[in-house]
Design a protein around this ligand. Structure first.
Ligand code: PGA
Length: 303
C-alpha cells in the first residue's frame, strides 16, 4: 500500500500550484532542499513521477494532475474539519434569552435540543410577560427574546419562525363544547377569564374582538396561563389561550377547544433582538437554529 503523509500532500499541493520548488518552499517556510526531498519521497511512494522538468521549468505529469485533484479535496476537507473544531470551541459561550410566558411551553424543548448539540453552551432563560420583556429588550438585558410581534416603533430586529394560534377553551361539559361553527355573536352571552394587562395574548384577544365589533364580558383577570386553565376547568368562565399552552389538558380531556367562527386567532412567534446587537457565536447559532428548525421541533407540542 502506498504510504503518503499529510506533510507530503501539503508540499505537493504547494509545488503543484506554484510550479516552482523555491516559491513553494517560501510559502511553506521550508528550505528548497527539504521541499525537493519531500517530493522525491512522495514520487517513490507513489511509484510514478508527478513532476517533469523541461529546461528550467517544472510541469505536472498526467498522474500529477490527477493527484492534484485528490490533494485539493483532502486539504479542503481538513480545513473544514479545523473550522468545525473552532466552532465547537467557540460554542462554550453564553446565551441569555427571555421569553414571553406563553413561549415557555415550548422553549425548554428547543433549548434541550440545542444544549444537547452544543454541550458547552451556558444558557439562561428568563420568563416574563410581553410588556416586561419589551422593557428588558430596551435596557439591553439579554441576547434575544421569543415573543409575539413587537411594536414597530422600537428599534428591534424581529423575525417570525412559528405560528401561534389562540383558541377559546371551555370545560368539557360546557353546552357549547359539542356545537359546531358557533357564531361569534354567541360569545357575548359568556364570561371570559383574561390574562393580565401587558400580556401578548390579552392584547391579541382585545384587538380581535374590537375589530369584530363584539363586546365581551370579562371576568377575573389572571396573570398566568396555568391559572386560567384551572379556572376554566373549575367553571369560572371561558378562556382564550395559545394552543401551545394546553396540549396536556386536551390529551387528558380536561378542557375543550370550542369550534367558533373566525377562530383560532392567528399570531406568530418572533425571535427578537435589538437592531445592531452583536450576537455572540452561541446566540447566533441559537437564532439560526430557531429559524431553521424551531417550528418543526416545537411542532410536536402544537395542535
Ligand atoms: P404572553 O404571550 O405575553 O401572553 O404570555 C406572548 C405573546 O403572545 O405575544
Amino acid at each position: 500500500m502506498v504510504h503518503l503523509t499529510l506533510r507530503q500532500l501539503k508540499v505537493f499541493d504547494a509545488v503543484a500550484r506554484h510550479l516552482s520548488y523555491s516559491r513553494a518552499a517560501e510559502a511553506l517556510h521550508l528550505t528548497q532542499p527539504a521541499v525537493s526531498m519531500q517530493i522525491k519521497q512522495l514520487e517513490e511512494n507513489a511509484g510514478v513521477p508527478l513532476f517533469e522538468q523541461l529546461g528550467k521549468k517544472i510541469y505536472l505529469t498526467e498522474a500529477g494532475q490527477e493527484f492534484l485533484r485528490y490533494t485539493s479535496t483532502i486539504l479542503q476537507q481538513l480545513a473544514d474539519a479545523e473550522a468545525m473544531f473552532a466552532d465547537f470551541k467557540g460554542m462554550s459561550g453564553k446565551l441569555s434569552i427571555c421569553v414571553a410566558s406563553t413561549a415557555s411551553y415550548f422553549t425548554p424543548l428547543l433549548l434541550a435540543e440545542f444544549c444537547h448539540r452544543h454541550p458547552k453552551a451556558k444558557v439562561s432563560l428568563n420568563v416574563t410577560n410581553r410588556e416586561i420583556l419589551l422593557q428588558r429588550l430596551a435596557n439591553n438585558e439579554m441576547d434575544m427574546a421569543i415573543m409575539g410581534r413587537p411594536p414597530e416603533e422600537l428599534d428591534l430586529d424581529a423575525t417570525p419562525f412559528m405560528e401561534n394560534h389562540l383558541a377559546i377553551i371551555a370545560p368539557v361539559n360546557h353546552p357549547l363544547a359539542s356545537v359546531k361553527n358557533i357564531p361569534l355573536s354567541r360569545l357575548s352571552e359568556e364570561t371570559f377569564l383574561v390574562r393580565e394587562k401587558g400580556s401578548g395574548t390579552r392584547i391579541a384577544m382585545e384587538r380581535f374582538f374590537a375589530d369584530q365589533k363584539i363586546r365581551l364580558t370579562t371576568g377575573t383577570e389572571m396573570s398566568t396561563n396555568e391559572a386560567i386553565k384551572q379556572a376554566v376547568q373549575a367553571g369560572m368562565g371561558l378562556g382564550i389561550l395559545s394552543m401551545h399552552t394546553m396540549q396536556l389538558e386536551l390529551e387528558m380531556k380536561r378542557l375543550s377547544v370550542l369550534d367558533v367562527q373566525s377562530f383560532p386567532i392567528q399570531r406568530r412567534w418572533y425571535v427578537v433582538h435589538r437592531q445592531g446587537k452583536r450576537l455572540g457565536i452561541v446566540a447566533q447559532a441559537f437564532k439560526e437554529f430557531l429559524l431553521t428548525e424551531g417550528a418543526v421541533l416545537a411542532g410536536e407540542i402544537r395542535e
